[in-house]
Design a protein around this ligand. Structure first.
Ligand code: CMP
Length: 138
């Protein structure tokens, strides 16, 4: 079990001014920010990030959405980080997310679901290194 995970605050949550509230919930849940940046993904780069989904019917729309405005990429640290963070954000589909979870509070739809959270330690490491070099992780 690793102690790091990776998240993105997605375009609609950034555009609506919810990034501060989301980061506050993340820190209050005991996660430490290791690295953070606001950036704009091209559709091609969003496609690389979500390459695992490229056969899915929602892939093209997802790439378009994820490049529609800036996102905030964050590496987080905490014991049991991957599982605890997925609990904090709730189900992918916000209509199925538990009360109090970040997606229940801020997501608009299954696509515009406010935040991403890595699903495994290996993917957390891969996704973190997609945005940050080792010297940017503190
Ligand atoms: P995320 O956890 O970042 O991982 C893949 C993303 O694809 C997901 O959040 C949603 O933004 C999107 N997604 C997953 N399932 C669907 C779906 N059924 N329809 C549209 N978008 C989806």
């Amino acid at each position: 079990m690793s102690n790091k995970t990776f998240t993105m605050i997605k375009p609609e949550a950034v555009a609506e001014g919810n990034s501060g509230a989301i980061i506050k919930l993340i820190e209050e849940a005991g996660f430490r920010i290791v690295a953070m940046k606001k950036t704009l993904l091209s559709a091609a780069r969003a496609g690389q990030f979500y390459a695992v989904h490229k056969e899915r019917p929602f892939y093209e729309s997802l790439c378009k959405y994820m490049s529609s405005g800036p996102i905030i990429a964050i590496i987080l640290e905490k014991g049991n980080a991957v599982a605890d963070f997925r609990k904090l954000i709730g189900a992918t589909d916000p209509s199925k997310a538990e009360d109090g979870t970040i997606r229940k509070l801020f997501a608009k739809s299954i696509e515009q679901n406010a935040v991403h959270g890595s699903d495994s330690d290996d993917n957390a490491a891969l996704e973190g290194s997609f945005f940050f070099s080792q010297t940017e992780m503190y």
